[in-house]
Each structure stands twice: as structure tokens, then as C-alpha cells.
Design a protein around this ligand. Structure first.
Ligand code: ZN
Ligand code: ZN
Ligand code: ZN
Length: 339
């Protein structure tokens, strides 16, 4: 990297506010640095820097709202954070190769990059490329929170939505971790930024930890779903318990249905034979070992047992041996009774 760029990265110019299109199909980049840029290398690094600066601006903005932290401030905190995360993903892509920020790489050109008139990669695709091309590792849970944050942002921009402050706070806490992790591991400037902001964020992070600490005794006394299903998708906190046979998050109050939890696994395997409301999800422990697990009571089966549909009454039934005929016990008994 040229010495010139190195210095600029260490001492970034004051970030400028940029105009963002809401659905982020296009974006315009800063056009500062009016002096003629001759080498394309300089231009490339300028674009990369702009993306990063924009990510930082939105992040700073999000932090300001978090600091204020009242009512609708959380809407702006979450929207700004989601945009900051998306721009950070793009900055990671750009640091790999500039064409990767184009939605269609085959039409990528330096000219459209400079004018900023192009369809840039969608959030989902940026997420895919950072993992598949840039080798960024996210665990499955981080991916879900990133998607939740992005959904929330889209809801704010496009639909009516109910602001659930504790959910948003939990998600923001998760999102902040992912953001600083991405910045510090993948982008040079990240460490400084994380350091600058850590004291401003300390109070908020204490708030989330403190709240979880206060909930801990209640959580410890409660019945809980099996370990894999204890984190709430809505707020990102490990606060799910089982109440009246159904999942409930003590942190944010959300009540995910057993079906929703099962759908979040590798596959929904139908109702649980062991509890009233439970649902079986297929959980992959590693590349070739998996298990069918009830999201509520923890019933597990790695054998041939499975849910089947009865040929006679059409109901689901649990086939414990895995080789019974497609007839449920009730229908079987009724048939035997007839004979
Ligand atoms: Zn929750
Ligand atoms: Zn169960
Ligand atoms: Zn039947």
C-alpha cells in the first residue's frame, strides 16, 4: 500500500454525511478530494476509504442515538447501525476486489464505480460474498442477528412497525459486537474506532449485561429449552425459558412458537412425541453428525424413529421403531377391532 494511503487511513478526514438510497440498490460515494486523481490505484483506495468513512459515519450516528437512548432514538440507532454494518460488509468486499461491490460483477466498470451510478450488491449477497469469497467467519447466530437487524431496518423504512425497545436494545448490543469484530479483524482502521467508541458505549453495554444479570436467578429457576435453543432471535439474548409448555423470552418478552424455533434449524421434523406443544428440529452438530431434537423439552432421537402421516386418518403420528406401516395406533386398533 502506498505511503500516502497509509497516512490517510490513520488520520481520516472528518467524515461527511452522504446521501443513501433507502433500499441500498445504489449508493453515492463521497466526492471529496477534488484534486485530480491520476493513478487508478489512488482512485481505488479513495473509494475504499470512502466506503469505510461512510460506515464509520453511520456507526457514529448510531452511537449518538444509543447514548441518548430514549423512545424513538432506538429506531434511529438500529437503522444507522444496520446501514453501518452493510457498508462495512461492502468495505470488506472492496478490500478484496473493487468489482465485488457491484451486484452484477459482469457489468462492473471503473467508470460507474467513480460516478457511483451502479446497482450495488444487496445486503444478503454482500453477506454471502464476504463469507464465500473473503473467508469471513460468522457463526449461525450472528448471521441471524444480522438478518434480524436488516429486517428491522426494512420494516422501519417500508412498513408500519411496533417498536419494542428491549428487543431493539438486545439486538443493538449484538450488532455492535458484530460491527466491532468485523472492523477490528478485517479493516485497518477498526481498532482505533473501537477504542474511541468503547467508553461511549460502555454504559449501554453495562445496561444490557446488568439486565441479564438481574434476570439470571429467574432464568436459573425456570424450565429451559435444550441448550441449542436458549437464545432469543428477537433480542439476541440467552433468555428463553419454557412457561406452560411454550417458549418465552424473559429479556424481551417475545414468545417464539415452537414451529419458529424448529424452522430455524436444518429442518422441521414435526410434532414432538414427548410433550404437548413441542416441535422437532434437526440440529447438525458438525458436518456429518446430527440429531432430531425437541425445541421445548429436549427429547432427542438419532435413530430411525420419525413422524409419519397415517394413511387412514391423515394425522401425524410418531413411529418409534421407524418401520411401522403408515397406520397410526388408533387406526390400527380400530382395524383390528373390526376383524
Ligand atoms: Zn428476546
Ligand atoms: Zn418435546
Ligand atoms: Zn390414523
Amino acid at each position: 500500500m502506498a505511503h500516502e494511503n497509509h497516512r490517510d487511513l490513520d488520520k481520516p478526514e472528518k467524515p461527511r454525511r452522504v446521501q443513501m438510497q433507502q433500499n441500498s440498490t445504489t449508493h453515492s460515494v463521497n466526492t471529496d478530494g477534488a484534486k485530480a486523481q491520476n493513478s487508478t490505484e489512488e482512485q481505488d483506495s479513495r473509494h475504499a476509504r470512502n466506503l469505510l468513512q461512510n460506515a464509520e459515519s453511520f456507526f457514529q450516528e448510531s452511537v449518538s442515538y444509543i447514548e441518548r437512548g430514549e423512545g424513538r432514538d432506538w429506531v434511529f440507532a438500529v437503522v444507522n447501525l444496520a446501514i453501518a454494518l452493510e457498508l462495512t460488509l461492502k468495505a470488506v468486499l472492496q478490500s478484496e476486489h473493487w468489482t465485488l461491490v457491484f451486484e452484477e460483477i459482469s457489468v462492473a466498470s471503473k467508470q460507474s464505480l467513480q460516478t457511483g451510478h451502479f446497482r450495488s450488491v444487496t445486503f444478503q449477497e454482500a453477506l454471502r460474498r464476504t463469507q464465500q469469497i473473503c473467508d469471513v467467519k460468522f457463526d449461525a447466530k450472528d448471521l441471524r442477528y444480522l438478518e434480524q437487524l436488516n429486517d428491522l431496518r426494512n420494516q422501519v423504512l417500508h412498513f408500519e412497525f411496533d417498536l419494542h425497545i428491549e428487543q431493539v436494545k438486545g439486538l443493538v448490543a449484538r450488532g455492535l459486537n458484530i460491527f466491532t469484530h468485523l472492523m477490528t479483524t478485517r479493516l485497518r482502521r477498526g481498532r482505533d474506532l473501537a477504542f474511541e467508541l468503547s467508553s461511549r458505549l460502555a454504559e449501554f453495554e453495562r445496561y444490557v449485561t446488568e439486565r441479564m444479570r438481574r434476570l439470571a436467578p429467574r432464568i436459573a429457576k425456570s424450565r429451559r429449552p435444550p441448550a441449542y435453543f436458549r437464545e432469543c432471535d428477537k433480542c439476541g439474548q440467552g433468555a428463553l425459558i419454557v412457561q406452560n409448555g411454550l417458549p418465552l423470552c424473559l429479556y424481551c418478552g417475545s414468545e417464539p412458537t415452537p414451529e419458529e424455533l424448529a424452522i430455524g434449524t436444518e429442518g422441521d421434523f414435526g410434532p414432538c412425541p414427548n410433550c404437548e406443544h413441542g416441535r422437532l428440529g434437526f440440529v447438525l452438530w458438525n458436518n456429518d453428525e446430527g440429531e432430531v431434537l425437541c425445541v421445548v423439552c429436549g427429547f432427542r432421537s438419532d435413530g430411525p424413529a420419525r413422524n409419519r402421516v397415517c394413511d387412514y386418518c391423515g394425522d401425524d403420528f410418531w413411529d418409534a421403531s421407524g418401520d411401522s406401516l403408515n397406520t397410526c395406533r388408533d387406526c390400527l386398533e380400530a382395524k383390528l377391532g373390526d376383524d
